[in-house]
Design a protein around this ligand. Sequence first.
Ligand code: UD1
Ligand code: CA
Length: 459
Amino acid sequence: MRVSIILAAGEGTRMKSDTPKVLHEILGRPMLFYVLNSCKNAEIEKNLVVVGHNKEKVRGAFEADKDIDFIEQPIGDEYPYGTGFAVKNALGPINDDDTVIILNGDTPLISEYTISCFLKFHEEKGNDLTVLTADMKDPTNYGRIVRNENANVVAIVEEKDATEKQKLIREINSGIFAFKGDALKYAISKIDTNNAAGEMYVTDALKILVDENKKVGSFILRDTREILGVNSRFELANAAEILRENINKTYMLDGVGIIDPKSTYIEYGAEIDRDVMIYPNSYVDRFSVIKKGAVIKNSTIKNSTISEDVLIRSSEIEDSKVGKKTTIGPYAHLRPNSNIGENCKIGNFVEVKNSNVGDGSKMSHLAYVGDADIGSGVNIGCGVVFVNYNGRDKFRTTVGDNAFIGSNSNLVAPVEVEENGYVAAGSTITKKVFKGQLSVERAPQKNIDGWVEKKGFVK
Ligand code: UD1
Ligand code: CA
C-alpha cells in the first residue's frame, strides 16, 4: 500500500505568527490542503498527518476531511524535536512492504504529477529510499545533497551543519522521500540528535541506509518551483504567486479569458465556463459558479452563481445569485442572500441585501435595498432607501410587478407597494400603496414672491 506521512507538527517560528504555519492560506486554503490534495490525487490510499504545536487548530481546520489520519507528535522538554521524531511517531500504521512517501506540510506547490512519477520511479528501481532533489539557484536554508565520486547520493547535510564547501552545493533536499516501510523503520530507529540543532533529522536516514548498503537513489526535479519550502511570509507570497499562475493557466487552457493573470485571483475549485472573460483585479472564490459569456471586471465574487452573459464591473458579490444578462455596478455590493433576476440593472453605488429582485427590474443609482421582495419590471429611482431596521428588528418590504418607486423615497418596512403602484419622488411610505395608485407623501410646495430681495440677498 502507498502511505504518506505529512509533517505538520513544527512551530513555524519563522512565520512570526500565532497561526500555525501549515494553516497560513494561499488562495483561500491552508498550505497543508494543497499537499494533501496532491497526495490524494496521486492515489495514495492512507494519509498520515503529524501534528504537534497547535495541534487542535490544525486538526480543526481539517475536521471535515475523513481521508486523513492524524498522528500526534508529543511536544515538550522531555521529548526530542525535529522531522525525524515527527516521522517516528507515525510508524505505527506502517507495514514493512508499504511504499511510504514523506512530505513537509510547508511545501504546498508539489503536484500530483510529480508525486506519481516519483513513486513510480522509486518502486520500479526497487529502492529502499529515494530522495527528491533539485538544483536551486539559491540553496540557502535547504539541506544539501552530498554525492560521492560516482555521483551517488551519500548524505544530506543541513545548512546549520554544513561546511563552507558544502554550502556551495546547489542540489538540495526537497524534504520529499520515498521509503520501503521496513527501511524507514530501521533508519528511524538509528537517528540521533548529534547535530547543530540538537534535533532528530529525518534527513539522516539517507546516510544510515547508505552505510548499511541499502539501495538509495535520487530523483531530480527540473521545475524547482514545485518544491519551494515556505518558512516565512515572504516565501508564502512567492508560493502564492506561483500557485495563482498555475491555477489561472488551467482555467485559460479550458477556455476562460483572463486579461491579466498577474492580477487575477481564482481559488482552486471555482466553476468557470469557457468564454467567460475576467478583467484585471478580480477575485473569484472556490464556491462560485460563473456561466458562459459572463464578464467580470475588477470585482470580487464569493460563493455566488453568475449566470450567462452577466456583466459585473467594480463590484462585490457575496452569497448571491445573478440571472442572465443582468448588469451589476460599477460600485455595487450584493450582500448575502440576494437573488437577482434576468435582464436586471443594479447600477452605480447600489447595495442589495437579503432580497429577491424579479426579471427586468432596474435600480440604476445610489439605492439601498434590504430585506425586500421586488417583482419584475420594477423601477427603483435614485437614492431610494428600503428602511428595514428600527434599531432592534428587521422587516421586509414587498414591491409588486411594474411598480415605480420615485427618487429619494423611503419605504419604511414592513410595507407593501402593489403591482403598478407609483410612489412619488421624495415620499416616505409607511402605509400600503394599492394596485395602480400614486402615493405622494410630501409637504405641499410653497413659493414666496419677492422673498430674496426682501432679505437683501440679491447680489
Ligand atoms: C527541512 C529539511 C531540509 C529540506 C527542507 C525542504 C530536515 C532536518 N531538514 O528543513 O533538508 O531541504 O525541509 O523544505 O528535515 N516538523 C514536524 N515536527 C518537528 C519539526 C518539524 O512535524 O518536530 C514539520 C514542520 O511542521 C514542517 C516540516 O516538518 O512542515 C519541515 O520542518 P522545517 O522546520 O520547516 O524544516 P526545514 O528547516 O525547512
Ligand atoms: Ca520548511
